[in-house]
Design a protein around this ligand. Structure first.
Ligand SMILES: Nc1ncnc2c1ncn2[C@@H]1O[C@H](COP(=O)(O)OP(=O)(O)OP(=O)(O)O)[C@@H](O)[C@H]1O
Length: 226
C-alpha cells in the first residue's frame, strides 16, 4: 500500500515560494480504484508526480509497501512498481504498438522472444489485436493509443497505475472503454489505480474519491455515486 504522511510540497521559483501541497495524509491500497478531483491548480498533478517518484516532498513522507520512497531506487520504482499514464499517451512514435509494450519488458531483462509473447498477451488483454500491434502510434486512434499506453504500464510488472486525465483526449465511447479497463485491472488483478480527473464519469467509477482543495486533500469519501 501507499501511505502518505503529512506531506507538503513547495515550488521554489526565482522570485517566490509557492506552497502547492499542505499536510496531505492518506492511504492507497491495492485492489482499489481512486479518483482525485478538484479545481484546476489545486495541486492534483503535483501530488501524482510525488506518488510517481518524479519529485520529492518538501516535508513529510511517502511510504510504498513499507519503504519510504526516498530510500527506493527511483528508476527501479518507476520501471518495476508504478507506471504513469498520461492524457497525451506519450507512446514512442518510432516504435510500433508491440514494440512500445515490449520495450519495458526487455528493459527489465526478458529475452526478445519472451518479451514479444508477454507484450502480445498484454495487448490482447486491452483489445489490441495482431493487426493493430504492427501499427505506429500515429496510425492508431486515441482510444487505441491509450490502450497501448495502459498495456505498456502493465508491462512494467508493477501493480500501481497513476493516471493523469487518462481520458482527456478521448470521446465518450473510448472514455468508457478505458475506465472499464482500469476498473477490471483493479477488480481482477488487484491493481491500485489512482486517477486525477475533472471528468465526473471517470470519478464515478472509483471506489474512493479524494478532493484536493488549495493543496489540501479533503476527507476521503466513499463514492456517493455507487
Ligand atoms: N514548476 C512549477 N513552478 C512553480 N509553480 C508551479 C510549477 N508547476 C505547477 N505549479 C503551480 O502549482 C499549483 C498546482 O499545480 P498542479 O498542476 O498540481 O494543479 P492541478 O490541480 O493538477 O491543476 P489542473 O487540474 O489544471 O491540471 C498551480 O498553482 C501551479 O501554477
Amino acid at each position: 500500500m501507499i501511505q502518505v504522511n503529512d506531506v507538503g510540497y513547495t515550488y521554489q521559483t526565482k522570485y517566490q515560494k509557492v506552497e502547492v501541497l499542505k499536510n496531505v495524509t492518506c492511504t492507497f491500497e491495492y485492489g482499489k480504484y481512486y479518483a482525485i478531483v478538484g479545481e484546476s491548480g489545486s495541486g492534483k498533478s503535483t501530488f501524482l508526480s510525488l506518488l510517481a517518484g518524479l519529485d520529492t516532498p518538501t516535508i513529510g513522507e511517502i511510504v510504498i509497501d513499507g519503504v519510504e520512497i526516498k530510500n527506493l531506487n527511483r528508476d527501479e520504482y518507476r520501471s518495476q512498481k508504478a507506471a504513469m499514464v498520461y492524457q497525451s499517451f506519450y507512446l514512442f512514435p518510432l516504435l510500433t504498438a508491440l514494440e512500445n509494450v515490449r520495450f519495458p519488458l526487455e528493459l527489465n531483462g526478458l529475452s526478445k522472444k519472451k518479451a514479444t509473447e508477454k507484450a502480445r498477451l498484454l495487448l490482447n488483454q486491452v483489445g489490441i489485436n495482431e493487426e493493430l500491434e504492427k501499427h505506429y502510434p500515429r496510425m492508431l486512434s486515441g482510444g487505441e493509443q491509450q490502450r497501448v499506453a495502459i498495456a505498456r504500464a502493465m508491462a512494467t510488472g508493477g501493480k500501481i497505475i497513476l493516471a493523469d486525465e487518462p481520458t482527456g483526449n478521448l470521446d465518450s465511447k473510448n472514455e468508457k472503454i478505458i475506465v472499464h479497463l482500469l476498473a477490471e485491472l483493479v477488480k481482477k488483478e488487484n491493481y491500485m489505480v489512482i486517477v486525477v480527473t475533472h471528468n465526473p464519469f471517470v470519478a464515478e467509477a472509483a471506489d474512493r474519491i479524494y478532493h484536493m482543495q488549495d493543496g489540501m486533500l479533503g476527507e476521503e469519501k466513499a463514492n456517493v455515486y455507487l
